[in-house]
Design a protein around this ligand. Structure first.
Ligand code: ADP
Ligand code: MG
Length: 471
């Protein structure tokens, strides 16, 4: 039977994970990288001999068990060290045993001459696109995100080394974007000389398409190849976009080989990604992929308290408890409720009591009853498109703003079909019905002719349905 080294190792890790606490697991196991199978021997790369010896001392039994259950009784593990350029060549009798292995020096790949980096040239001034408000400090840790947050903190201190790539996946509103931007901010702060870029897979795709159109793909590649850390949000958007996948594949290899950090998010686990080439998905498994799950009660509580404190507001514990019990699956929703509560109590001078909390929650959960509002759809589209709602309601005709406007209007018409064009116009700062009609038509026409756009709209719509619980 032929074993796939990555699969074998991932399955071993799955087993091991259950018997350890998160910190130990990350410290001792995550730095190991599966390289290949040689018969029933799995070769993994370890950063140093120290780590292997500690593993030996403490975890030999669980590791042996994992290896045997995956490969069979003959299953063995061999290590290859990264930095010493030595390969441990001993065949071990037990799955893990390191006793002064004989070493064979391997040739080190000499870092290739890079024609784009001129010696002495200062770092280009590039906008990282990072939102400075997303930090580790204001990202509350709970069991739902501990591994991801801790791995992120490590990356911030030592990018490109341990978890490369890092992939965070999970449903909307659980903190993926916040966390990857926090990592980016931390890298930028700790290593001011490094160039960090945050972008969405969608933006990346459009940039690439435009570069093809303008005959500037070289510049496009040159730019991305020169980064020290590349952070791409919502990678599922690359589904079916084979040209962009191709260029991303090469970019990934290039950066990874140079030890540059890659951080990605996705709405689902890498192996569940559809219409993404196997060779890419396989690379996604090289590092650490971990999911963000819905926060438990204590974490929800801590998040609410932190957000309140942030705004200098205190609310009775009874109310916090009430919100926690009612909102379970989406931190963005928790935030929205807090914002509404604060607005109601400060602007409308309402008393912050259970009754008000009930009302605010009801207006949120009414989505389940199809009492969706145009503003909620608008908010969703704006957040997803990374543009401000105020701009979308205004007159700007800038590409992304106009597109978010068209899409919001299109979805409002679709999901709130009882609204008249005039009523929709009112939700957009008093636009007339012909403007609204124009937006709807613009989306319809583009969907007919542009497959990427159609996929995007369908993707959006699915996510919108999930987030706003449209039945
Ligand atoms: P996703 O990208 O998974 O859809 P976001 O990163 O956009 O989620 O998070 C939604 C909102 O919830 C953001 O405003 C973010 O700051 C907040 N949030 C998510 N997780 C946490 C957390 N653990 N602590 C504090 N705020 C959080
Ligand atoms: Mg996000």
């Amino acid at each position: 039977m032929i074993h796939d080294h990555i699969k074998v190792w991932n399955n071993v890790l799955e087993q091991v994970k259950g018997s350890l606490n998160v910190e130990d697991f990350m410290r001792w196991f995550i730095p190991l990288k599966p390289l290949r199978m040689e018969g029933s021997v799995l070769i993994v790369e370890a950063p140093n001999e120290f780590l292997v010896e500690r593993l030996e001392e403490n975890y030999i039994d669980i590791l042996r068990k994992g290896i045997r259950s995956e490969i069979g009784e003959k299953g063995q593990l061999k290590y290859q060290y990264i930095k010493t350029n030595n390969v441990a060549k001993n065949s071990f009798q037990s799955p893990v045993r390191v006793s002064h292995p004989s070493r064979h020096t391997t040739s080190t790949p000499v870092s290739a001459y890079n024609p784009f980096v001129m010696p002495g040239l200062k770092k280009m001034d590039i906008d990282s696109n990072l939102n400075p408000n997303y930090t580790f400090e204001n990202f509350i840790e709970g069991s739902c995100n501990r591994l991801a947050r801790q791995a992120g903190i490590q990356i911030g201190k030592d990018p490109g080394k341990n978890f490369n790539p890092l992939i965070l996946y999970g449903n909307v509103g659980l903190g993926k974007t916040h966390l990857i931007q926090a990592i980016g901010n931390s890298i930028a702060k700790n290593f001011p000389e490094k160039t960090v870029i945050y972008t969405s897979a969608e933006k990346f795709t459009h940039q690439f398409i435009n570069s093809v159109k303008d005959n500037r793909t070289n510049e496009f590649s040159q730019f991305y190849n020169g980064l020290d850390a590349l952070i791409i949000d919502d990678i599922q958007f690359l589904a079916g976009k084979s040209g962009t996948q191709e260029i991303f594949f090469h970019l990934f290899n290039h950066l990874h080989q140079k030890g540059k950090q890659i951080i990605l998010t996705s709405d689902r686990a890498p192996h569940e990604l559809k219409d993404i080439e196997d060779r890419l998905v396989n690379r996604f498994k090289w590092g650490l992929s971990t999911d963000l799950t819905a926060p438990d009660y204590e974490t929800r509580m801590a998040i609410i308290i932190a957000k309140m404190e942030d705004r200098g507001i205190k609310i009775p514990e009874k109310i916090i408890d009430f919100i926690c019990l009612n909102i379970k699956n989406n931190i963005r929703e928790l935030e929205g409720i807090i914002t509404s509560l604060i607005a109601q109590s400060t602007i409308n001078q309402r008393k912050l009591d259970i009754e008000l909390a009930q009302e605010v929650i009801k207006s949120y959960t009414s989505k389940a009853n199809h009492e969706l509002t145009p503003d909620e759809i608008l908010e969703f589209v704006c957040t997803e498109s990374h543009v401000s709602a105020a701009l979308v309601k205004g007159k700007s005709r800038k590409g992304p703003v106009a597109q978010a406007r068209h899409l919001s209007i299109y979805f409002i018409k679709k999901h709130l079909s009882h609204l008249t064009l005039k009523e929709i116009g009112e939700a957009f700062g008093g636009k007339d019905h012909s403007t609204i009609l124009h937006s709807i038509k613009a989306v319809d026409i583009q969907m007919e002719t542009d497959k990427i756009f159609r996929d995007k709209v369908e993707d959006f719509d699915k996510k919108l349905g999930k987030t706003l619980r449209i039945k």
